[in-house]
Each structure stands twice: as C-alpha cells, then as structure tokens.
Design a protein around this ligand. Structure first.
Ligand SMILES: [Zn+2]
Ligand SMILES: [Zn+2]
Length: 300
C-alpha cells in the first residue's frame, strides 16, 4: 500500500512563497490501492476533501481513460470546512462512468452539509448538476471494504463528540492511520508525559494506532504554545510523537500545520520532532504535498 499526500495545511489554504516547500492546500490524502492499473474497473480511496482534493481530481481525470469505470470512495473525518472545501472543484463529480461514495459519521448530515456548500448562493453548480452517481454512507463499527483495503473508523477528541473520526486503512498486513484533527484529553504541562496516557480515550487512540506502518497526525502546535490554544481541537507535536511511539508505529508524518507557520518554521518542527522520534524509536518527518510513502519499505 502507498499513501500520497495532496494537502497538509490546517484551517485555510495558504498559498504563497512561504509555504512552497511543504504546501498550502488543506487536508486530503490518497491511499493508493494495490490493484491492476490496467483494469477497466478501478477503486480510488481518498481521506478528506480539503483543497488538496482539487489537484487530485485533475490527476484522476488525466490518468483514467473515459472507458474506465471509477469507484471513488471519499471518507470524511468530519465536515469542518477545511476538510470539505475542495469538493466543489473535484472534477470527477462531472465524469460519466463514475460512482462516488461519500462516508461520514451521519450520511444525512453529510449530504445536507455538502449540498449546502454547493447551494446556488454559495456556488454556481449544485449537487443536482453532478454527473457521476453519488451515494452517502454512515460509518459503522463494521469496517468498510474498498477493493482489498479495509477502512476502520474511530471517534477522536475534536469538535462534536462522536462526530469526528480517525481512519485506519489495512491491506496485506500493512496499516496506515490518519488522524488530522485531534487533541489530548487531559493535558498537564508540568508532568511527563504532559498528558495522561491511562485516560480511556488515550488508551483507545493508542490502540487504534497499534503498530501502524505509517501515521499521519495533527501537529498544529508544540508544547511551548499549546496551552494558550487548549480546547481548539489540535495537538502539540510532542504528544503526536509520544502516542505514535507508544503504539509501536513505524513512521509519523506531521500534519495539519498552522496556516501561520511558514516553511522555515515547519522545517524546524520537523527537525525537532525527528530528533525526539529517534529517541523513541520512530521515524518522524514533515508531510509535504506530493509526497508518496510506500508502506512496504522499511522506515529510515
Ligand atoms: Zn482541520
Ligand atoms: Zn476540524
């Protein structure tokens, strides 16, 4: 299994010189499915529809001839705007021979939200103008199957309780976990570690990350500034490294960078967290747009 990163930024797209190296698009990640690339019936698996889903949609159009039937599965961790805002510009919505499955914590609510985003006062093309076939699904505790890949969801601590998910994709004994938006349940800056790893919520999270080959995790803040942003729903990077290492994960991709952070600041974060990761036996790097991580390869 391979994972391709299309959007890394939290909250709002941040184009410009200061974000060229890591990228300014909001969250979108593609799990590349190990299937026959010559098949006339292809599955495409996408986590979140931030502004990064626009270039991904263009790539899908370019790389699939019209006679190929596409089954596109888009799992939304939640519907905060930075995770859905790219969807109206996802050109496969207007492709024939295409079935798009949308998954969310509540199918009816997800449909209502995505329709509202394309309501005529907000966008000139509505969901009723979409050419592909679309279906909305509610996540259940039963994993979803996309070709050979199993997708499992887990509620995480962010926004409305029970309505925000982390996602785990498993195939051929490999696992990728995607948790773009989350924060510690019980932060205590004066202790080590600065959160309670025995909190049942943290235990469930660590279990969800269990021995993942690759984890993408919210690192919007650092210990030094997290306290002033407590309750905003995002993590200090040190927490991300600690939970991923505790779970025995192999690699951690830093993610959901603050829109206020320029490349130099993200580079410093990457350097600091990679050093911390080495001490905890996990490879840590900054997620960049265009990056492909092959789960079959050993971490550095
Ligand atoms: Zn977000
Ligand atoms: Zn969010």
């Amino acid at each position: 299994m391979k994972v391709k990163v299309w959007g890394v930024r939290g909250s709002i797209p941040t184009p410009g010189e200061a974000t060229l190296r890591y990228g300014g698009n909001t969250p979108c990640v593609q799990v590349e499915i190990p299937e026959d690339p010559q098949s006339k019936n292809r599955n495409i698996l996408i986590f979140d529809g931030g502004s990064g889903v626009r270039p991904l949609g263009n790539e899908i159009m370019k790389s699939h001839p019209e006679d190929v039937h596409l089954n596109i599965h888009i799992f939304f961790t939640h519907v905060h705007w930075d995770h859905i805002q790219g969807l109206p510009f996802f050109v496969p919505l207007f492709r024939k021979n295409t079935m798009i499955h949308f998954y969310g914590s509540d199918a009816a609510k997800l449909e209502e939200t995505l329709r509202l985003q394309m309501y005529p006062d907000m966008f000139p093309v509505t969901m009723d103008d979409v050419i592909s076939h679309i279906e909305f699904h509610t996540y259940t505790d039963t994993p979803a199957q996309v070709g050979p890949v199993r997708v499992i969801r887990q509620s995480v601590h962010h926004g409305t309780p029970g309505r925000v998910a982390g996602l785990r994709a498993e195939c051929d004994g490999q696992a990728f976990v995607y948790i773009p938006d989350v924060e510690p349940y019980d932060y205590r800056p004066d202790q080590s570690p600065p959160y309670d790893p025995d909190n049942p919520g943290e235990q469930a999270l660590i279990k969800f990350l269990d021995h993942a080959d690759f984890v993408i995790f919210d690192t919007m803040f650092v210990d030094e500034n997290y306290n002033q942003f407590r309750g905003w729903g995002h993590s200090p990077a040190e927490y991300a490294v600690d939970v991923a290492a505790r779970a025995g994960a192999k690699r951690l991709g830093l993610f959901h960078y603050s829109p206020n952070c320029c490349d130099d600041q993200v580079e410093k974060l990457e350097k600091d967290m990679s050093k911390l990761g080495k001490a905890k036996n996990i490879e840590v790097f900054g997620s960049r747009e265009g990056m492909v991580v092959d789960l079959g390869k050993d971490p550095k």
